[in-house]
Design a protein around this ligand. Structure first.
Ligand SMILES: NC(=O)c1ccc[n+]([C@@H]2O[C@H](COP(=O)([O-])OP(=O)(O)OC[C@H]3O[C@@H](n4cnc5c(N)ncnc54)[C@H](O)[C@@H]3O)[C@@H](O)[C@H]2O)c1
Length: 437
């Protein structure tokens, strides 16, 4: 990443394109529309509510992030996207049952006007859903072209000067990288040959990258996390980031685990289970789709606790993650955690966490921050994997050969220091030289 000499201004409208317009996407859109009208606050959004300290503590300079870096204003966002069901954003929000009617009524007309474009849908990737609002075409290459046409059409119709995309579609079945993912040439050929290892989300992502539209991946799917996508992102000067929004249980995990480690307290087991009843829960009830999520959720502890460096404390951690589809709960998930920890002389202790959270309420501000930061990244001339945005991810993508950072507090420091660096301010190291002189 090169330090930007100049960051282009956020002029004109910014299109926010959402492949998958279910619970998260509609909660995000509704929240932006309500905040715009001053009816509700964008709580949980760093770009809207966060500050960044500059210089020494005694300088008293802590501007709002949105005033420190040139971000698009909420008023300039235009929403669009795709889904495999034809419901408009109002109908979809009612179906998702996250927001109360008192929050949907004031923005009903605006939500109704947001209609998803037909989705790209190879059903083998999400077997529980039977999409009806889908594109037709003989090859995956043709699908990419159709999505590109959609993007251009949307930009023209809505008068946007720029666009970003955030995948909010269902979690796909677990796949690993294969030969087709290793280079742009192999991937382009795979699109023509209808290679079965190319998923729906990869088709959207490829189309976005071809159009130079920054792409964030809210689900744990491969989507943009493979060499061919890195190559295309560099070639088209497009930022990419992912994977899997860090909300709920994993957010708690990356808050608690660094604390235990900071105090050199040992861990012998961490059992996590969830009950949730939304469409996401239904999709994750399929073992092949759950596997994708499980891999993402399990990866977190190792890089925080570093078992190889601290074998006595973290060498044998039994880490189990379960998700149970339980319709009565809807979007109001319950995440239970049992931590078996040990202290001085190995004496055991337990911590129980019961987080009665709301999945989409936690995810919506992340979608907003990613949309705004990825647009900023593009205007600053950044391309490829944006590691400074790992703060938002359960499975942060990292440059090849690098271990991703999971500790929420290190991630936040990295994010804020990147913003300081972008604006030519000194990064903050928290060393207080002035007091030791
Ligand atoms: N809410 C959270 O806290 C959270 C956290 C991490 C990740 N996620 C991920 O975010 C994604 C969205 O979650 P949600 O609760 O909104 O789920 P949801 O089921 O309400 O919405 C997903 C939408 O994607 C659509 N879809 C599926 N395949 C598609 C395709 N090929 N093209 C276009 N649309 C498609 C579905 O029809 C649905 O409307 C899921 O993958 C979920 O795992 C959510």
């Amino acid at each position: 990443m090169k330090q930007p000499q100049e960051i282009k201004k956020a002029e004109g409208k910014l299109g926010v394109l959402l492949p998958g317009m279910g619970a998260v996407a509609t909660t995000f859109i509704a929240g932006c529309l309500l905040a715009r009208k001053g009816i509700a606050q964008p709580v949980g959004s760093l770009t809207q509510m966060g500050t960044v300290r500059l210089g020494k503590r005694t300088d008293n300079r802590s501007p709002l992030i949105k005033e420190f870096v040139p971000l698009a204003a909420l008023d300039d966002l235009v929403f669009g996207g795709w889904d495999i069901f034809p419901d408009n954003a109002y109908e979809s929000a009612v179906h998702a049952a996250v927001l109360e009617q008192k929050h949907l009524d004031p923005i009903r007309a605006e939500l109704e006007a947001i209609r998803p474009m037909p989705g790209v849908f190879y059903p083998e990737y999400v077997k529980r859903l039977h999409g009806t609002h889908v594109k037709t075409g003989t090859t995956k290459a043709e699908m990419v072209e159709k999505v590109r046409e959609d993007i251009r059409g949307f930009m023209k119709q809505s008068g946007c000067s720029r666009a970003v995309a955030v995948w909010c579609g269902s979690t796909e079945i677990y796949i690993e990288q294969s030969a087709v993912h290793q280079s742009m040439t192999a991937f382009e050929k795979g699109l023509i040959d209808n290679d079965p290892s190319i998923s729906n989300s990869q088709i959207y992502a490829w189309a976005c990258l071809k159009e130079g539209v920054p792409f964030s991946n809210g689900a744990p799917n491969l989507t943009v996390d493979f060499p061919a996508a890195y190559e295309l992102a560099r070639e088209t000067n497009t930022p990419i980031t992912g994977k899997d929004f860090k909300t709920g249980q994993t957010l708690m995990k990356t808050i608690l685990a660094p604390g235990l480690k900071a105090r050199m307290l040992g861990l012998s087991g961490w059992f996590s289970t969830n009950i949730l009843g939304n469409r996401d829960g239904e999709v994750l009830d399929d073992p092949e789709n759950f596997k994708t999520k499980e891999v993402s959720k399990l990866g977190v502890l190792d890089t925080i606790l570093q078992p190889k460096v601290y074998p006595d404390l973290y060498g044998e951690v039994h880490h189990v993650v379960r998700i149970n589809y339980y319709p009565p709960r809807g979007d109001s998930k319950e995440g239970w955690d049992n931590l078996d920890i040990f202290g001085w002389l190995g004496y055991p202790m337990q911590i129980k966490v019961d987080f009665l959270c709301r999945d989409s309420i936690l995810a919506a501000p992340i979608v907003l921050d990613l949309a705004l930061f990825m647009d900023l990244a593009k205007r600053a001339g950044f391309r490829g994997v944006q590691e400074w945005l790992s703060f938002y991810w359960k499975s942060p993508m990292a440059a090849p050969g690098l271990v991703p950072e999971h500790d929420l507090f290190i991630q936040l420091m990295k994010l804020k220091n990147t913003l300081r660096w972008m604006r030519g301010e000194t990064p903050i190291t928290h060393i207080g030289h002035e007091y030791y002189d």
